[in-house]
Design a protein around this ligand. Structure first.
Ligand code: BG6
Length: 292
């Protein structure tokens, strides 16, 4: 089946007023578009990658790079990549295979409250027999739940992150609250420390906080706060590539670091999940916004 036929099939199968399917921008990536009483949003089958979440009357909470390619097998830069079933650069491909695979849309439900829930699924046999599903609810908040089932006969050490790129007005004026007191591993300096209550950005940042606490992103330029709630997430990653790394990344504009920050619900490195045969694990991130 070609992509055009897939779109026709999706539009037929999941007929509901709040949901339509089309290609994302100029790409050939089949994408579900949501428009309901709470928000507008978009999620493509490539990576089960959420590309947009615009609560009513707001700017998009998510940032997608103007330089991003939307061409498999390249990962999309921005939105919500799902890092799975490992986190980090090793082994290749970095952050795992899920973000560069086409997932299947299993279900789309308009909820009684007017929100919409879409469920995507992907089954792999390499590096292990695993099934992952991503359930995303577009409502007054955006909730993403990533559930992994171990279909194999041995345990699997699962690394994962919901790697959300948030749009901010100006990174140098953006503050992160909520992680104070957590142990912080700075991946750039390789130093560990206790995190301060408030964190501001002055340089490249790649921090892993051993914390599942709720994070507030304070954005005085866009005059909003973004609340990031997490469940079953032992780590929180905070990342901004800053100047030199932005220039090095091919699918990212040199100046785009000003307008984004990643805050990620994660279980990574020492906190990977030891998943027994037949066992299931879910990682959840919920994001919402209010005026500052
Ligand atoms: C973050 C990592 O989660 O993702 C960073 O902590 C990494 O180290 C960043 O640079 C982006 O990764 P990628 O593979 O999308 O370029």
């Amino acid at each position: 089946m070609n992509e055009q036929e897939l779109l026709l099939q999706l539009n037929e199968k999941f007929k509901q007023p709040s949901l339509t399917f089309g290609f994302w921008k100029d790409s050939r990536l089949p994408t579900a578009y949501i428009a309901n009483r709470f928000c507008r949003g978009a999620v493509t089958l490539y990576g089960a990658h959420v590309l947009s979440y615009i609560p009513d009357g707001q700017k998009d909470l998510l940032m997608v790079s103007e330089k991003s390619l939307f061409e498999p097998p390249i990962g999309i830069r921005g939105g919500i990549p799902v890092c799975w079933p490992w986190f980090g650069p090793d082994p290749a491909p970095p952050h795992g295979i899920a973000r560069i695979q086409f997932w299947e849309l299993k279900n789309a439900v308009s909820q009684p409250d007017g929100s919409d829930t879409l469920t995507f699924e992907l089954t792999v046999t390499d590096p292990h027999e695993l099934t992952v599903s991503l359930e995303v609810n577009f409502g007054a908040a955006l909730t993403v739940a990533v559930t992994t089932v171990n279909n194999g006969k041995t345990s699997y050490l699962l690394g994962e992150a919901i790697h959300t790129y948030f749009k901010v007005g100006e990174i140098e004026k953006t503050l992160i609250r909520g992680l104070g007191g957590a142990t912080l591993d700075n991946r750039l300096t390789k130093q560990s420390s206790i995190a301060p209550d408030v964190f501001g950005f002055q340089e490249e940042t790649d921090n892993i906080y051993h914390s599942d606490a709720t994070v507030m992103i304070e954005d005085p330029v866009l005059k909003r706060k973004i609340k990031v709630e997490k469940q079953f997430s032992r780590d929180t990653v905070v990342w901004n590539p800053w100047i030199a790394k932005s220039q090095k990344m091919e699918n990212f504009g040199d100046e785009e670091y000003h307008g984004m920050v990643c805050v990620e619900a994660a279980n990574c490195f020492g906190h990977r999940v030891d998943l027994a045969p037949g066992a299931k694990h879910t990682l959840i991130q919920k994001i919402s916004t209010s005026a500052l």
